[in-house]
Each structure stands twice: as structure tokens, then as C-alpha cells.
Design a protein around this ligand. Structure first.
Ligand code: HPA
Length: 271
């Protein structure tokens, strides 16, 4: 593991001689952020040693180095999901590499189903905490003390300063943004009506199939992170509602302007 992280980070340093301060995972709702990045280098995942090989549709993601709001960033266009069959170590390998090339803060986005009755489709949720309901934890196995402690603290998984800044920016711009709890499930099924109700009883406001493993590994490394979600559908109500991937993508794309504006301004204000 340590050898692989070193090999990949040495490769990226040699290829780009660029030190990013911010890492961004361009999940649902943030796809359009690439257009705002002043791109210096783009690398296909398939050209990066030890990066997981994409088995889906034969198309590989990209690692993009450049500046955003005047700051050095590295953005992942395409993330790895556990439901695709990757191991948790593969899903989170890019986080280890980002830290090794100098990233200090990680920002992620995702799409989610909303169970909080106050939420509406198209609302943004600044994630303040999560409940890990995935069947595996990326830190299971040998612990490398160089990467973080055996039993990492999770009392502040999402950085309080970053989430309050995001809320302030959203409020100033007149965007609806809640602070909510994200339940991370493996997927790939969307939830049954009873599962939505169960998740609500547990204390979750939204549910999705990503982010939690990435945040766990990033926090293992002791650095601050931030995640924002777009509510693409609702569940847990009297009348069960159908959810489709198309609908999720459509709502997420419609929210890109708002999500992008928040992230751009956060990066401008953070050091
Ligand atoms: N569950 C329900 N709805 C969703 C999800 C999910 O994981 N992701 C996006 N919308």
C-alpha cells in the first residue's frame, strides 16, 4: 500500500510538477466545475499507475490539475463506487494519493435521496455528519501508522469551518441549503419504502451510495473535508415514489450552477 501510494504520487509529481492545495471529487452536481478550472494538466486514470481500472462502459475518468479561484486544485472527474465492484481500498486510493501530492483540503459532492420531510427535490444539503451503513470499512486490515492511527477519531468528520462558510455563502446567494446527516449505503438498489423510513428513524436526512469511504480515509489522514449533496428525489412518505437514474442525473445537472458557485467561492475564501 505505502509503495503504491509513493509510486503513484511520484509519477504525478514528475508529470505535473504542480502542488495542489485543494482536492475536489466532481460527483453529481459538480460536473460543470471543470469548465471553471484553468486546466494545466489532464491525466486519464488509465495512464496513472495503480489507479483502479474502470470496467464500466470502457470509459476512464480523468485527474485534472489547474487553478480555480486563483488556487491550485486537483479534481477527480469520475469517482469509484463500491457497488461497481471495487474494493474499499480501490475506492479510496485517490484520497491517499491526493494527500501524498500535497492536498490539504478535500471537497466532495454527490446526489442523494431525501428523507427529511422539510427537504424538496433540488435542495442542497451541506453534510454535517454521516452514518456508515456500508458493509465494509476502508480501514479494515493492516494499519499503516504513517497514514493515520489505528482507531481514528470521527467526532468531526466534516470540518465545521468549511461547512459554516458554505452555509453563509448559500444564504448570501439565496440558495436553499440545509445542514444534514448522510447515510451511506452500498447500493446499487435505491431504497425500499421501509428502508427510507428506517434511515429516517436512525437520524439520517439523506441517503446515497458514495462519499463515506472517501471521507473516512481522508479523516484517517487527519485533514479537513467538506461534502455537499443535491437532493434528487424523496423517499419515506406515505405514497412510495419511483426513482430513476435519469431523474437523479437530470436534477443533479440542473443544480450545477448553484453547487459550482458555492465551491468556487469557498475555495476563494479558504487557504
Ligand atoms: N438513494 C436514493 N435516492 C438517491 C440516491 C440513493 O442512494 N442517490 C441519489 N438519489
Amino acid at each position: 500500500m505505502l509503495d503504491k501510494i509513493k509510486e503513484t504520487s511520484d509519477f504525478l509529481k514528475a508529470k505535473t510538477s504542480f502542488t495542489p492545495d485543494f482536492g475536489i471529487v466532481l460527483g453529481s452536481g459538480l460536473g460543470g466545475l471543470v469548465n471553471e478550472i484553468d486546466v494545466k494538466y489532464t491525466l486519464d486514470y488509465s495512464s496513472i499507475p495503480n489507479f483502479p481500472v474502470s470496467t464500466v462502459c470502457g470509459h476512464s475518468g480523468k485527474l485534472i490539475f489547474g487553478t480555480l479561484s486563483g488556487k491550485n486544485v486537483v479534481a477527480m472527474q469520475g469517482r469509484f463506487h463500491y457497488y461497481e465492484g471495487y474494493s474499499m481500498q480501490q475506492v479510496t486510493f485517490p484520497m491517499r494519493v491526493m494527500k501524498a501530492i500535497g492536498v490539504k483540503r478535500l471537497l466532495l459532492s454527490n446526489a442523494s435521496g431525501g428523507m427529511n420531510p422539510a427537504y424538496r427535490v433540488g435542495d442542497m444539503v451541506i453534510i454535517k455528519d454521516h452514518i456508515n451503513l456500508m458493509p465494509h470499512n476502508p480501514l479494515i486490515g493492516k494499519n499503516y501508522d504513517e497514514l493515520g492511527p489505528r482507531f481514528p477519531d470521527m467526532s468531526e468528520p466534516y470540518d465545521a469551518e468549511m461547512l459554516l462558510l458554505a452555509k453563509k455563502i448559500a444564504d448570501e446567494k439565496g440558495f436553499t441549503a440545509h445542514l444534514g446527516v448522510y447515510a451511506g449505503l452500498s447500493g446499487p438498489c435505491f431504497e425500499t419504502p421501509s428502508e427510507y423510513r428506517y434511515l429516517r428513524i436512525l437520524g439520517a436526512d439523506i441517503v446515497g451510495m458514495s462519499t463515506v469511504p472517501e471521507v473516512i480515509v481522508w479523516r484517517h489522514g487527519g485533514l479537513p473535508c467538506f461534502a455537499i449533496s443535491i437532493v434528487t428525489d424523496l423517499g419515506g412518505f406515505e405514497q412510495a415514489q419511483k426513482v430513476s437514474h435519469e431523474e437523479v442525473l437530470q436534477v443533479a445537472t440542473a443544480a450545477e450552477g448553484k453547487m459550482t458557485a458555492i465551491i468556487k467561492e469557498m475555495i476563494a475564501k479558504l487557504s
